[in-house]
Design a protein around this ligand. Structure first.
Ligand SMILES: *Cc1c(COP(=O)(O)O)cnc(C)c1O
Length: 496
């Protein structure tokens, strides 16, 4: 007998008539009649399987996926790092997780206090005056920030400030957010070192300027070395500077954006502060603002009061010139709690260590791999490094092929084809929580793939070889998923 290949039968195909997956306890409520006959279907096919079979089936399915818990996951810009379990546990304490958002304030003082403190910690970390936790994603933070910029200029009677400058090394959500807020986006090119082109910036700074949106570090993984001059130049013509701080793990404890000249920014708690970014789960993109824009923050924010008898009390408040609500209630509270626990457990010294490890890890990869992979901007990077598969492409092996080949080696692919200004980009973010052994393994694998690309390109171009499915039409799989089981002879409904 040959060893069996992977058991790929679907649950329906494992069904055996009469087999049961659960035994219900005796009824402890009065029995209720079934719905009327015409609502019942006698022909509904359901899998009849044992509990063990169900567990085995779904556990196996879950293991076909890549996750930070099972694989190295260097997906650039996404910070797929290890997040301590204790922060999840804290967020799940019943005193937090069982709250209702409409409960009277006096019954949720502890929760409000945690939010208040987190607002303060985040403002301190980035050098701003005030924070709103209301926004539920990085991109939503950007939109809120842009609406604040607009409200600010309108409040000063400067409705003609309609232009927002966005460097070509910004995150793709930046121009989209500025456009959604009603601005006209003008792109500022990068120079050959990966910084913003200062002449182009100066040329674009006119009386029509509302502001600049700048990702720091930029999507090349580089720190804008002219940042002080950039902020000054924009301020000189009455514009404001928005900072995309989604990748703050590069700067924690090192640089405060408020002190560099930024007026408003967002953070991604679901990257830097202990909630994973992948998987489409809940996120939080708090907005922090300096003195000019703090009155415009989205509502609510949490305020602290001290009563006459010295007792402290917390309440939800509305900033004076708020842009209003951007989401239901007050943001993703569970994500905020994880961030609160993360900051409290690391402390100031721990946060500094995060950025140190993030930056050293990325520079280690840069130094070890730049022989094999073209490095478009040859200078020290921040928390991530962008290579180009330009040399490999000359042999017909593209960034996509290298990414797919990594799957065969048990490594999640890096971000590909982004940033757009790098040909065949491979954007690698090792994150601060990976060991040197893991990074060494990755280096070894990337070097092996570079050799394959030279000597046996076909093996890379046809990868992955060890997964149940190889190359999918990913757009079609996402837009027209085929999720319904059909028995033999049952055709798919037309159009699917
Ligand atoms: C992830 C990211 C965003 C967008 O955050 P979402 O929560 O996915 O909307 C914006 N800017 C940068 C630099 C990012 O890395």
């Amino acid at each position: 007998m040959n060893p069996p290949s992977l058991d790929r039968r679907l649950l329906m195909e494992r069904s055996v008539r009469g087999r049961r997956g659960s035994s219900l306890p005796p009824l402890d409520v009065p029995p209720q009649p079934l719905p009327p006959e015409e609502h019942l279907r006698g022909d509904l096919e359901l899998p009849e399987v044992s509990e063990g079979e169900v567990v085995r089936y779904f556990t196996h399915l879950s293991q076909l996926n890549f996750s930070v818990d099972t694989h190295f996951y260097p997906l650039g810009s996404c910070t797929m790092k290890y997040n301590p379990r204790v922060n999840d546990e804290l967020a799940q304490l019943p005193g937090f997780s069982q709250l209702h958002p409409l409960q009277p304030e006096e019954t949720v003082q502890g929760a409000l206090k945690a939010m208040y403190r987190l607002q303060g910690f985040l403002a301190e970390i980035v050098g701003m005056e005030a924070t709103s936790l209301a926004t539920m994603a990085g991109a939503q933070g950007e939109l809120a920030g842009m609406l604040m910029l607009r409200a600010y200029h309108l409040s000063r009677g400067e409705a003609d400030r309609r232009i927002v400058l966005v460097p070509d090394s910004a995150h793709g959500t930046n121009p989209a957010s500025a456009t959604m807020a009603g601005f006209r986006v003008v792109t500022v090119p990068s120079d050959d070192r990966g910084n913003m082109d200062m002449d182009a910036l100066k040329g674009a700074c006119t009386g029509e300027l509302a502001g600049l949106m700048l990702t720091l570090p930029n999507t090349l993984g580089l720190f804008e070395t002219n940042i002080l001059e950039i902020c000054r130049t924009v301020h000189q013509v009455g514009g404001l500077v928005y900072g995309d701080g989604a990748n703050m793990n590069a700067l924690l404890g090192r640089a405060k954006l408020g002190e560099l000249g930024f007026d408003v920014l967002h953070l991604n708690l679901h990257k830097t502060f202990s909630t994973p970014h992948g998987g489409g789960g809940p996120g939080a993109g708090p907005v922090a603002a300096g003195p000019l824009l703090a009155p415009f923050l989205p509502s609510p924010v949490v305020e602290r009061h001290v009563d006459g008898d010295g007792r402290e009390r917390y309440s939800l408040a509305t900033p004076e010139h708020t842009i209003g609500k951007v989401a239901a209630f007050h943001g993703n509270f569970g994500v905020a709690l994880r961030a609160y626990a993360y900051i409290r457990s690391l402390g100031a010294a721990g946060l500094r260590e995060v950025s140190e490890n993030a930056v050293i890890g990325a520079n280690y990869l840069l130094s070890q791999l730049k022989e094999e992979y073209h490095l478009p901007y040859d200078r020290p990077c921040m928390h991530e490094v962008v290579f180009s598969a330009r040399r490999q492409k000359a042999r017909g092996v593209r960034a996509l092929d290298i990414a797919k080949r990594l799957i065969d080696y048990g490594i999640h692919p890096p971000t590909m084809y982004f940033p757009l200004i790098v040909e065949e980009a491979l954007m690698v973010e090792p994150t601060e929580t990976e060991s040197k052994e893991t990074l060494d393994h990755f280096i070894q694998v990337m070097k092996a793939i570079a050799v394959e690309a030279r000597e046996n390109p076909q093996v890379v171009k046809e990868a992955p070889h060890h997964t149940p499915n190889s190359r999918l039409d990913e757009a079609r799989a996402a837009r027209r998923p085929d999720l319904r089981w059909r028995g033999v002879g049952q055709a798919a409904p037309s159009g699917v």
